[in-house]
Design a protein around this ligand. Structure first.
Ligand code: AMP
Ligand code: MG
Length: 340
């Protein structure tokens, strides 16, 4: 009897050999940040969490699109158009350089120079469109090429150019969070920024990290995925931020640079890439990509896997995810393989 109990206790221990998962949740970047780490003790985890909270609070202030901080001051200075140019704050340099790159790679679909238009549509604090301003900006839509950088100074060739890093800043924040965790000796973690994830290592020796993809129509889990390795899984969606305008039309927050209007056909895009910054930019650009152009755009944006769901509930999925996603809900017809 005593032996049996001992064996049971040993089995119990064997079942939870992996170190416990430590977790911290806090609000930042207008969303819930949820960090899970394993393979380290609680003290190391807590010290890292404190450092991450501080870093993200600072980045949110620096990168906020309309509250006072480095970006707002830079935008205001650009609009004032001094002939000698505006110094580029170090905190914005990488966001600007990457935005220029993804603007080109996405064939202009990813365009963070549209901040003034995004605000005019009602997505920077207020929630109704300013029709007169929208019309004026649409006559001369700014692009990332209109922002000239020389010797760390910036000039704008378009008076409507205003940067809004809403589609990429979270990616860089998540990337920097991952780097900080690594510096603290943490090799196994999930950084979850409101459903945008960076996954590294494993939950334990025997278990991979398992993540969920949200149903963009009614919330809850649509599918789960056991992560086979490191990667960034980011989602953009029309259901994430929207309002109903004065004519009763649903207006969502992703603007199509070809029309200057909020996009209407795609409901959500979830992508897997190596790099969170690239993943954030890619998910937003794919919200504006026609289904027939998906294979080309996935390649241009270095997307490893993708799930694209249209407002009419049609869906497209990359071959790797078709084999690996475990569905827990349905949205409509079976997703079609991308590129077939
Ligand atoms: P995300 O959730 O990453 O797709 O980013 C959406 C946010 O990016 C919006 O709330 C806007 O602030 C901004 N945005 C809207 N349209 C675009 C666009 N075409 N390119 C880049 N950023 C955009
Ligand atoms: Mg994005």
């Amino acid at each position: 009897m005593r032996n049996a109990l001992l064996i049971l206790l040993l089995l119990g221990l064997a079942a939870c050999t992996g170190e416990p998962v430590h977790q911290r949740q806090f609000l930042q970047f207008g969303t819930l940040i949820d960090i899970s780490v394993s393979g380290v003790d609680a003290r190391r985890a807590e010290a890292a969490f404190d450092a991450v909270e501080q870093l993200l609070a600072k980045r949110n202030r620096q990168w906020h699109a309309w509250e006072d901080g480095d970006l707002k001051r830079f935008n205001d200075a650009l609009a004032a158009q001094p002939t000698e140019g505006v110094p580029v704050p170090p905190s914005l340099r990488r966001l600007i350089d990457d935005s220029k790159r993804y603007y080109r790679v996405s064939d202009g679909l990813f365009n963070p120079a549209l901040g003034k238009l995004i605000a005019a549509w009602g997505f920077q604090g207020r929630e109704q469109p300013d029709r007169a301003l929208i019309e004026r900006i649409r006559q001369d839509l700014p692009t990332m090429d209109d922002l000239r950088i020389e010797d760390n100074r910036a000039w704008s060739d378009n008076p409507f150019l205003q940067l809004d890093f809403g589609a990429i800043a979270k990616g860089l924040a998540v990337a920097q969070t991952g780097d900080l965790l690594l510096q603290h000796g943490i090799r196994h973690f999930i950084v979850n920024a409101g459903g945008d994830l960076l996954v590294r290592g494993r939950k334990s020796d025997d278990e991979p990290w398992v993540i969920g993809i949200e149903n963009p129509f009614r919330g809850g889990a649509l599918a789960t995925l056991a992560m086979a390795g490191d990667g960034a899984v980011f989602t953009s969606g029309s259901y994430r931020r929207y309002y109903i305008d004065e004519q009763g039309r649903r207006r969502q927050h992703i603007i199509d640079p070809r029309t200057g209007e909020p996009a209407t056909s795609i409901r959500s895009v979830t992508v897997l890439l190596d790099d969170p910054v690239a993943a954030d930019a890619a998910a937003t650009a794919l919200m504006l990509t026609e289904p027939e152009r998906l294979p080309e755009m996935l390649q241009r944006l270095a997307v490893r896997e993708a799930l694209v769901i249209a407002e009419d509930r049609q869906a497209w999925i990359s071959p790797g995810w078709k084999d690996r996603l475990i569905w827990s809900d349905r949205i409509g017809p079976k997703p079609q393989p991308i590129g077939k």
